[in-house]
Design a protein around this ligand. Structure first.
Ligand SMILES: [Zn+2]
Length: 466
């Protein structure tokens, strides 16, 4: 059914090996991909969205190259921050996280991010997390502390550090200094919590597996740590071994390192074949982050009248592995360029043509080289500027490219022009044929007055909104 069988040589940069590798999925029929999603405790900022635009582009490229992709993205609706802030607002954890989940879904929709096959909420997977923790306790990779919290013993997992390549020393010298919080500092390379015993700050947010999920479990009243959430959701939906796991570079340590330890510790199998990470968005050469208070949300963009898709376009102008420095002028420049592309597209008319083979080949080749979107975009411009291709073929090619770029060309409508305007344009055409240029000029002015611009081209008059 699929004529598009040239996907054998996709190169992807694997953080695990620090090399571009030939992509070859575990199961040829379906690529299994997991993306670390947002913690739904506030509006995500545009720096966060780089991770989702990157994952979306990756998925689109795989599909464009003929693969079927099963994609899971989690929503972290239980952690320190969600509990803390829901209490501040006097809301239940559910009410609070559902609000920000909805806002997140709206945002990804305006950014033309295709929904994953499934969004998974961490709180729906507590039994699966407990199951993994029990396994880890049994194999002594995890231990229970005096207060009932359960920690992963990183010294017992010999591969610990293989993803981040951090040299870990004195990892567990001071057990009492263990951090129970999710917000690790990079210097604190210590055992991490799989399960946090309940304390007063948690209020009414807790689970009690020892009571609810069958007798005999050593896991008492408390809640999961952040890292275990992703291992459980990934394994439950995609199996013990998956092809691709994505996230931002700041997820490499400790989050993904810990995911590897828990998952491989529990199953004894290699967890993820390709780890892929996008770089940061900087503001004044500092990472855009809530903690630095130097972030913008999509609302900030829209308040300035900027189309959020321009942000997607701006990111595509850089490789996902390079840091980008956010400045408003750059974004506005991207928006101007995007509008130009839209206008060129709108001028192509309604004809049905064919995708241009050579251009498609080039476009695909660039993307299959570790998602080289900047070069792929140059092909898009080349197509639109090429005078040897018919408008109909250009249109078909642009729409085909947009399956990967997601710039929303298919949503652009040709201008609806009223019959009154059409009549004036027709009258002007007649005047021009009679060489009555005075009349023709008068009609042009009238058309301008009604809000339209008219251009005389080799293919006749072209009309567009001013
Ligand atoms: Zn994760």
């Amino acid at each position: 059914m699929n004529s598009n069988k040239t996907h054998k040589k996709i190169l992807l940069y694997n953080t695990l090996t620090r090399e571009k590798e030939n992509f070859s999925p575990i199961n040829k029929k379906e690529v299994r991909m997991y993306t670390c999603g947002p913690t739904v405790y506030n509006y995500a900022h545009i720096g966060n969205y780089r991770a989702y635009i990157f994952a979306d582009t990756l998925k689109r490229v795989l599909i464009y190259s003929g693969y079927k992709v099963k994609h899971i993205m989690n929503l972290t609706d239980i952690d320190d921050k969600t509990i803390r802030d829901s209490q501040k607002e006097g809301k239940t954890l559910k009410e609070f996280t559902e609000f920000y989940t909805k806002e997140f879904l709206k945002d990804i929709n305006v950014l033309n991010i295709v929904n994953p096959t499934k969004f998974t909420k961490a709180t729906d997977y507590i039994p699966e997390m407990v199951k993994i923790i029990k396994k880890l306790l049994k194999s002594k990779l995890a231990y229970k502390s005096e207060d009932g919290s359960i920690y992963f013993d990183i010294k017992k997992f010999k591969d610990y550090g293989k993803l981040s390549r951090l040299v870990l020393e004195n990892q567990k010298e001071n057990a009492s200094g263990r951090i129970k919080t999710d917000e690790y500092e990079k210097d604190n390379v210590q055992d991490f919590a799989l399960w946090k015993s309940w304390d007063e700050k948690d209020g009414n947010v807790f689970w009690d597996p020892s009571k609810k999920l069958g007798a005999g479990t050593e896991i008492g009243k408390g809640r999961p740590g952040w890292h275990i959430e992703c291992s459980a959701m990934s394994m439950k939906n995609l199996g013990e071994q998956i092809d691709i796991h994505t996230g931002g570079v700041d997820n490499i340590f400790p989050h993904h390192e810990n995911e590897i330890a828990q998952s491989e510790g529990a199953t004894g199998k290699h967890f993820v074949k390709y780890w892929m990470h996008n770089e940061w968005v900087l503001v004044d050469n500092k990472k855009m982050a809530k903690s630095f208070n130097n972030f913008y949300t999509l609302r900030d963009l829209m308040d300035k009248g900027i189309d959020p898709v321009a942000y997607r376009f701006w990111l595509l102008m850089a490789n996902y592995r390079t840091r980008v420095n956010f400045v408003w002028e750059a974004l506005e420049g991207a928006e101007t360029a995007l509008k130009r592309l839209y206008n060129l597209y709108k001028d192509l008319g309604a004809g049905k043509g064919k995708v241009h083979k050579e251009y498609k080949h080039k476009f695909k080749e660039y993307l299959e080289d570790d998602l080289d979107t900047p070069r792929a975009l140059t092909v898009l411009w080349d197509v639109l500027k090429d005078e040897n291709i018919s408008n109909a073929d250009k249109k078909a090619t642009v729409l085909d490219f947009d399956k990967v770029l997601g710039l929303g060309f298919e949503k652009l409508k040709e201008e609806k022009i009223s019959t009154k305007i059409k009549k004036l344009v027709e009258e002007r055409e007649q005047a021009r044929l009679r060489k009555d240029f005075q009349k023709s000029d008068e009609l042009r002015k009238e058309i301008n007055f009604l809000g339209y611009e008219i251009k005389d081209t080799s293919e006749g008059q072209k009309i567009s909104k001013i």
